[in-house]
Write a protein that binds this ligand. Structure first.
Ligand code: GDP
Length: 312
């Protein structure tokens, strides 16, 4: 096993309204991957307009952020228990989570629900106490509540040792000290790099990519989204797809997409540790493994419910 030290695949989890969207926006804004102008335009354009413009659906749920030499993929998760299958699938693609908790409200039911899933999946947590700028903020009490919740949910020793970053997503600041607001998002970026491991991969082995989400668009048909665990993937390459029932189907990748900021960008190749969107696999399903043609080795099936196909 090797570790891709230049990558971090993380999910952001929180109770609704605790500030996930605002936080990811700030990280993107401060990452230097985009000019400020371009970002603003992206948010105001409704995703349907963008789709029409480019013929490509936007997977708003994955934001890829360049920070120095690192690429940080941040996957958004729905907080509500109704989407528990989707949360599970997203958590299968990442190595760590940002748990965002409001500095006034503290832990809420959805905080508990998503944290439970993250801990069960053995993910490395970074706790973000957000809205530190609010007058009634009670950061230290909230950290105690979070610790109690971790203990209650059976966190292991490493998980219990979680780092805490205090943020105002609104102001774009982060700090390791609850008494000072900080100046920018650097403390949070550094905590992600330091405490969440890069993806473990086998680069020189035959391809294995497990599909965890599906998307659809009129131009490309069904699009498979997943993480590459082993080897590399290139456009026009033949692949073997191991179906849920163990059958092997031959297919060819017609288009491959990576992520940059909020956009999906066409790429030629991708390697283990990357999260990609693949076109050309017509009746692909969640849980199936895309493999090298001569090595159809499936990854263990995900023990999760079937998703509904998102029509765009
Ligand atoms: P999400 O549901 O977790 O994505 O939450 P949002 O990012 O949409 O934020 C919910 C509300 O909280 C919005 O009105 C934000 O402007 C506000 N908010 C987010 N972060 C902060 C913060 O750091 N301080 C304050 N005062 N408000 C915030």
């Amino acid at each position: 096993m090797n570790v891709r030290t230049d990558r971090r695949n993380i999910a952001i989890i929180a109770h609704v309204d605790h500030g996930k969207t605002t936080l990811v926006d700030q990280l993107l804004k401060q990452s230097g991957a985009f000019k400020a102008h371009e970002q603003i335009e992206e948010r105001v354009l409704d995703s349907n307009d963008l789709e029409r413009e480019r013929g490509i659906t936007i997977l708003a749920k994955n934001t890829a952020i360049q920070y120095g030499d690192y690429v940080i993929n941040i996957l958004d998760t729905p907080g509500h228990a109704d989407f528990s299958g989707e949360v599970e699938r997203i958590l299968k693609m990442v190595d760590g989570v940002l748990l965002v908790v409001d500095a006034v409200e503290g832990c809420m039911p959805q905080t508990r629900f998503v944290l439970k899933k993250a801990l069960e999946n053995k993910l490395a947590p970074v706790v973000v106490v957000n809205k530190i700028d609010r007058e009634q903020a009670r950061p230290l009490e909230v950290v105690d509540e979070v610790l109690d919740l971790f203990i209650d949910l059976g966190a292991d020793e490493n998980q219990l040792d979680f780092p805490v970053v205090y943020t105002s997503a609104l102001a774009g600041t982060s700090s390791l000290d609850p008494a000072s607001q900080g100046e920018d998002m650097q403390a949070l970026f550094e905590a992600i790099i330091e405490h969440i491991p890069g993806p473990q991969v086998e680069l020189d082995k035959p391809l294995q990519c497990q599909v965890t989400m599906l998307d659809y668009n009129d131009y490309l048909g069904r699009i498979a989204i997943g993480r590459i665990y082993r080897g590399a993937l290139s456009v026009n390459e033949p692949v073997a797809v191991v179906k849920r029932d163990g059958q092997v189907q031959r297919a060819r990748i017609t288009k491959l997409f990576g992520f940059l900021g909020l956009k999906r960008v066409e790429i030629e190749t991708a390697q283990a540790g990357d999260i990609v969107a693949i076109a050309g696999l017509e009746d692909i399903n969640v849980g199936e493994t895309v493999c090298a043609p001569d090595h159809p080795d499936p990854l263990p099936l995900l023990d999760i419910e079937e998703p509904t196909l998102k029509m765009t």
